[in-house]
Ligand binder design. Structure first.
Ligand SMILES: NC(=O)c1ccc[n+]([C@@H]2O[C@H](COP(=O)([O-])OP(=O)(O)OC[C@H]3O[C@@H](n4cnc5c(N)ncnc54)[C@H](O)[C@@H]3O)[C@@H](O)[C@H]2O)c1
Ligand SMILES: O=C(O)C[C@H](O)C(=O)O
Length: 328
């Protein structure tokens, strides 16, 4: 039976992540191989022409599942009836810009987008914020969508999760599929905490299979600073891997996590593990029946506690900063 089409809105569609993302969505990798897709591309007026060029290329792929592409610079039009909103477009930090300036500039993007989602998105809308600072941008959008359940707003830490999987797999000489229950905690920033104390390889705890010094001095900083290392190497921030992680995040959200495993996502905290309620923080999560649920009951030792607290404190500071700007 043919499934009903899913409307997917991508902001920043003419950007480098947009270019790596749209073709994969249109080919059916976001939701599944039997779900038709309607695309909505949101861009700023100066980049609409470039988005039109990408849309021409999408047409030229003749994707069987792609039922249409709308391009707009108006958030209300972009999010009207949308089922999946991928908020990729954001204001990058430029020379001389302070963190407060960055948060304010992004407030100017994510506040109206949250309002537009509130006004017109489909009842089942799912929102993934990719644009940085992703957790706090998600918080801003969520704060302006009071009629949408807060749990529908998420921030992307799946790229960090995937990076951690590969670093550990390469260290142990195993396949990434041999690793279960890895988790990223906190902010999508250099303070994030990739946790190997609950991760399992061959049924045994991963942290017990690596040297403590490697875990502390190599693994954690490599994963946490990988974004900066990519920028240094490519001269541009990660794009294909970020798009891949966005696909993974939504696919898992809709289709579920495998039995006996979990993943990582920035979700609204319910106060679990001492993370203040309402913050959008990364946690180990399972996806069931189309919802993310924070994995409960994990023991957190002192080493992990210190690192989770440091990242969560950064999120608290970001929330304070956007509160002062009247954005949440
Ligand atoms: N969470 C993650 O893991 C992760 C990973 C990589 C990149 N990122 C972030 O994703 C964002 C996008 O990265 P990119 O490389 O595609 O950047 P990019 O500069 O290539 O593209 C961004 C696009 O967003 C558009 N845009 C700006 N304001 C907009 C608005 N109000 N509405 C719609 N579109 C708007 C721009 O015109 C541009 O085309 C950045 O903030 C980057 O830091 C996050
Ligand atoms: O865009 C960045 O600052 C880096 C990006 O968030 C990444 O993790 O690759």
């Amino acid at each position: 039976m043919t499934k009903a089409p899913v409307t997917v809105t991508v902001t920043g569609a003419a950007g480098q992540i947009g270019y790596a993302l749209l073709f994969r969505i249109a080919s059916g990798q976001l939701i599944g191989p039997d779900t038709p897709i309607k695309l909505r591309l949101l861009e700023i007026p100066q980049a609409v022409k470039a988005a039109e060029g990408t849309a021409m290329e999408l047409d030229d792929c003749a994707f069987p599942l792609l039922q249409g592409i709308d391009i707009t610079d108006d958030p209300r039009t972009a999010f009207d009836g949308t089922n999946v909103a991928l908020l990729v477009g954001a204001r990058p930090r430029t020379k001389g810009m302070e963190r407060g300036d960055l948060l304010e500039a992004n407030g100017g993007i994510f506040k109206p987008q949250g309002e537009a989602i509130n006004a017109g998105a489909a009842d089942d809308v799912r929102v993934l914020v990719v644009g940085n600072p992703a957790n706090t941008n998600a918080l801003i959008a969520q704060a302006h969508a009071p009629d949408v359940p807060a749990e529908r707003f998420t921030a992307m830490t799946r790229l960090d999760h995937n990076r951690a999987l590969t670093q550990l797999a390469q260290k142990l000489g195993v396949a990434v599929t041999d690793i279960k229950k890895l988790a990223i905690w906190g902010n999508h920033s250099a303070t994030q905490y990739p946790d190997l104390f609950h991760a399992e390889v061959g049924g045994k705890i991963a942290a017990e299979q690596v040297e403590k010094a490697w875990l502390r001095d190599e693994f954690i900083p490599t994963v946490a600073k990988r974004g900066a290392a990519i920028i240094e190497a490519r001269g541009a921030s990660s794009a294909a891997s970020a798009a891949n992680a966005a696909i993974d995040h939504v696919h898992t959200w809709v289709n579920g996590t495998a039995e006996g495993d979990w993943t990582s996502a920035g979700v609204v905290s319910d106060g679990s593990y001492g993370v203040p309620e309402g913050l959008i923080s990364s946690f180990p999560v399972v996806a069931r029946d189309g919802r993310f649920e924070i994995v409960q009951g994990l023991d957190i030792d002192e080493f992990s506690r210190e690192r989770i607290d440091a990242s969560v404190n950064e999120l608290v500071e970001e929330r304070e900063a956007v509160r002062k700007l009247g954005l949440v």
